[in-house]
Design a protein around this ligand. Structure first.
Ligand code: PBG
Length: 325
């Protein structure tokens, strides 16, 4: 009795495994999220994201130059707003001299080719830590969309390549697209956080920006993690409204959603490997329970295999170093 097929033939050496590998990570798959602080020469480690820092703009600009030289083509900007600038209108979000707008200009000035993406949501600017305007304990949709439109146009005016609304209000993609057209920002892209779930895995991010909700949770706008078909509905609507790239977030607990979204749309799909996913690997590695480098590559490859064309990940630099090793 002879075997007709021996699957192990294609696994017997590193060389043959790489010849038949179906999924290959490359530096241009990655978007690196950056947390930016006021001040100069300020570098603060995020306690729940060991090895990850919130940096002032001078340090950030140096970092972006290094990222470009490593082959990383995109950064996603988040700022930590001063408490005294927070209110319930979010108006600091479209201040032309705000930290975000200054950051976009400084980064595009230093490394013009770098694709600068910007987070669009009110939470860093909200006294309530919510992504929208609060009235009688509710997050009001349409007034929030008006604010997000002003925020997006101000990012485009500062030179952002792509605005990335992460707020999950209804109708915001169409409204932002229309406003960009009206203002003649015809080269600004929109990366829509389309299937963004109400997830506990954002916890460390909220430490990084001091943006945890002051009351309640985000379940009236972010999606219920029990739902799959709703992710397709949200994504198709965002594409219809003008999104250039759609996103699924978080990533590792949502690989099924990434695959289904990838099969449903004809625009690039990104996935956000979020702060809690970073923290889990870091914490387990620190305990000596996981090999950090192997966990990084296995995680990111699985996200790409699931269908992500782009991956926003705090491990982008580590991954590029590992891929070049
Ligand atoms: C804010 C925003 C969040 C993240 C990206 N944009 C947090 C939230 O929705 O509460 C999470 C990113 C991460 O956890 O890495 N709208």
């Amino acid at each position: 009795m002879y075997l007709q097929r021996r699957n192990r033939i294609l696994r017997q050496s590193a060389a043959i495994r790489s010849l038949v590998a179906e999924t290959i990570l490359t530096p241009s798959d990655f978007i690196l999220p950056l947390f930016i602080d006021e001040g100069e020469n300020v570098k603060t480690e995020i306690s729940s994201m060991q090895g990850y820092y919130r940096n002032s703009l001078d340090i950030t600009v140096r970092e972006v130059k290094e990222l470009w030289s490593m082959g990383i083509k995109s950064v996603l900007l988040f700022i930590k707003s001063k408490d005294e600038l927070k209110d319930n209108t979010g108006k600091e979000a479209w201040n032309p001299d705000g930290l975000m707008q200054r950051s976009i200009k400084a980064i595009k000035n230093a490394v013009p080719e770098m694709i600068v993406m910007t987070d669009v949501a009110l939470d860093p600017y909200s006294i309530y830590g919510h992504d929208g305007i609060v009235k009688e304990g509710e997050i009001v949709n349409d007034e929030t969309v008006d604010a997000l439109v002003k925020m997006s146009v101000s990012h485009a005016a500062a030179g952002a390549d792509v605005v990335a609304p992460s707020d999950m209000m209804d109708g915001r993609i169409g409204a932002i697209r229309e406003a960009l057209e009206e203002s003649n920002f015809t080269r600004t892209g929109i990366m829509a956080y389309s299937a963004k779930y109400a997830s506990c895995f954002y916890g460390p991010f909220r430490d990084a920006l001091d943006s945890a909700p002051g009351f309640g949770d985000k379940k009236t706008y972010q999606m219920n993690y029990a739902n799959r078909i709703e992710a397709i509905k949200e994504t198709l609507m965002d594409v219809e409204e003008g999104a250039d790239i759609v996103m699924v977030k978080p990533a590792m607990a949502y690989l099924d959603i990434i695959r289904e979204v990838k099969d449903a749309v004809t625009v690039p799909v990104s996935a956000y490997h979020v702060s809690g996913e970073y923290a889990m690997i870091k914490a387990a590695a620190k305990m000596g329970w996981l090999d950090e480098n192997k966990a990084i590559l296995e995680s990111l490859t699985s996200i790409k295999r699931a269908g992500a064309d782009l991956i926003a990940t705090y491990f982008a630099k580590d991954a590029v170093k590992l891929l070049n090793a």
